[in-house]
Write a protein that binds this ligand. Structure first.
Ligand code: HEC
Ligand code: HEC
Length: 360
């Protein structure tokens, strides 16, 4: 009986601590004035294909915690501008602190295969999913428009974007997708050098010797380009492959999505834009550094039955049966050169550009 009392008191106390914390959080938001977005008089200019006022609305929605069920997280909580719209943690927490099982992907407005298992093909299809997803924002979509209608600053934002201030799910969806579509990190040193030469060039005048060495390896001996196209590094529908991370994948990716064992362990080839900023790596964030990634391709690929043909070498009989994982046998200098080359994909102006930043 006594222990029951102790437990009850403990439960009540825990509840109070939780409730107080919650209250403090809400008060702070109001008191610190963080509740209203700071926007320029004239909307920022984005690109010719998008309406600046609609992207502006999308930007506010992207960073607004009101889009989650308990006003605790926004899209921007997991997709951080300074980290190439990805994050530096292995797995993120959703609204109740429940841990997601996949590493946050960076957002790049031109990808046509979305999510690690490619289960979404367009940004406008995708953007509402994290909102209602149980693990992420848990927001009931049917009540979201009325929730946002009660927030004053949305009146003008919807009016400017759509001609009247009515809030609908379709409008929220289009504006969010528009903001994601203008997130194009196309101003990295790699992009700048490439724009000065031909698409086929594999040596850039503005690169250091080491970076050029990495470039040559990436497109040549190390075969990275076969999947991670350097010609555009993202403007394409990338291949989905099994890269032999382990024999028994905990998360079977496309195999789990389609219930087809011959696709177990296949994931989409991610975009390498801003890759130096988006550690940890792979769908499960298993590698902490780019050096770890290179070591995987160099020496640690396992012989999974679905291992990509591009990462295996045929044995004596030239049949699939005795194929073994390829080994690159890279020297220490070659590994360093590959890392140096991948660092040229960082777009410094993109990650600092105020027009993509958090307005709150
Ligand atoms: C709790 C963290 C979290 C929040 C909040 C979140 N995301 Fe994500 N996002 C992720 C993770 C993790 C993935 C990878 C999921 C997967 O592939 O299964 C992802 C993937 C994506 C992708 C796919 C990128 C690609 O190239 O495949 C887009 C686009 C995206 N999120 C946009 C959004 C938008 C828009 C919002 C707000 C409405 C949002 N995210 C909210 C964690 C989050
Ligand atoms: C057979 C196609 C293929 C080849 C060849 C290939 N990759 Fe990959 N790469 C992938 C796939 C698929 C993933 C995602 C795998 C996963 O998460 O399970 C990936 C993931 C990565 C990542 C992590 C990306 C992130 O956002 O977490 C990096 C970095 C990378 N590869 C670099 C390289 C380098 C460097 C090479 C050459 C040494 C290379 N890749 C060769 C298909 C390939």
């Amino acid at each position: 009986m006594k222990s029951f009392k102790v437990i009850s008191v403990a439960v009540v106390l825990l509840f109070c601590v939780w409730a107080c914390k919650k209250d403090q959080g809400q008060q702070k938001n109001v008191a610190s004035g963080k509740g209203v977005p700071q926007l320029p008089e004239q909307p920022y200019k984005y690109d010719f294909n998008h309406s600046d006022t609609r992207v502006t609305l999308g930007r506010v929605l992207f960073y607004d915690k009101a889009l989650s069920f308990n006003n605790s997280i926004s899209c921007g909580s997991c997709h951080k501008q300074q980290l190439g719209f990805a994050d530096n943690v292995q797995f993120h927490n959703g609204v109740y602190g429940n841990v997601l099982t996949r590493n946050t992907l960076s957002i790049s407005g031109n990808s046509t295969k979305l999510f690690w298992d490619g289960r979404s093909t367009s940004l406008s299809d995708l953007v509402l999913r994290p909102l209602s997803s149980h693990n992420e924002m848990l927001q009931d979509l049917s009540s979201l428009p009325s929730k946002l209608s009660l927030i004053e600053y949305y009146d003008k934002l919807f009016l400017d974007a759509y001609g009247d201030s009515q809030v609908t799910l379709a409008r929220i969806q289009t504006a969010l997708a528009d903001f994601c579509e203008v997130l194009l990190p196309n101003n990295s040193r790699f992009d700048i050098e490439r724009s000065k030469t031909s698409l086929l060039a594999t040596h850039f005048a503005g690169f250091s010797e080491e970076e050029n060495k990495g470039f040559a390896l990436f497109v040549g001996k190390a075969k990275c380009r076969i999947c991670h196209l350097t010609a555009d590094l993202g403007l394409y529908s990338p291949p989905s492959e099994n890269i032999g991370l382990e024999m028994d994948y905990k998360d079977n990716g496309i195999g789990a999505l389609t219930n087809d064992a011959s696709l177990n362990g296949l994931f989409k080839t991610p975009n390498l834009k801003n890759i130096a900023l988006t550690a940890p790596y792979m769908h499960d964030g298993r590698f902490k550094t780019l050096e770890d990634v290179i070591e995987h391709y160099n020496n640690n690929i396992v012989n999974h039955p679905n291992l990509s043909r591009m990462l295996s070498q045929l044995g004596e009989t030239n049949s699939k049966e005795d194929a073994v994982p390829a080994r690159l046998n890279l020297t220490v200098d070659e590994k360093k050169a590959l890392v140096a080359f991948m660092k040229t994909f960082t777009d410094e102006s993109f990650i600092r550009d105020p027009k993509f930043s958090n307005p709150f």
